[in-house]
Design a binder for this molecule. Structure first.
Ligand SMILES: [Zn+2]
Length: 91
């Protein structure tokens, strides 16, 4: 009487639990692999696409990606250059 219960209920249950945990483990591992990465046009480091700014550059509709660090760096350089030219004209 006990054998059919084990055979028809417990074994499929154990198989289902094993398959379920294996598929959950795969779901946890995959998202990091599936994030689309793109290279920054200035520093050539790779970043997730949603952390980059895409800008069309030049007349050939080429789209380049720029990371936040490079954009901030450019802004700081531009600001320093502008302040230097204002200082020069002020003297
Ligand atoms: Zn960059």
């Amino acid at each position: 009487m006990l054998f059919p219960i084990i055979f028809f209920i417990l074994i499929p249950l154990v198989v289902w639990i094993v398959l379920h945990t294996v598929s959950k483990r795969r779901e946890k591992q995959n998202p990091t692999e599936q994030i689309a990465m793109e290279e920054c046009a200035l520093c050539h480091e790779e970043f997730p696409v949603d952390e980059l700014m895409e800008k069309e550059v030049g007349g050939y509709s080429r789209v380049y990606c720029f990371c936040g660090g490079c954009i901030e760096g450019l802004y700081r350089e531009y600001k320093a250059k502008r302040e230097a030219s204002i200082d020069e004209s002020g003297n």
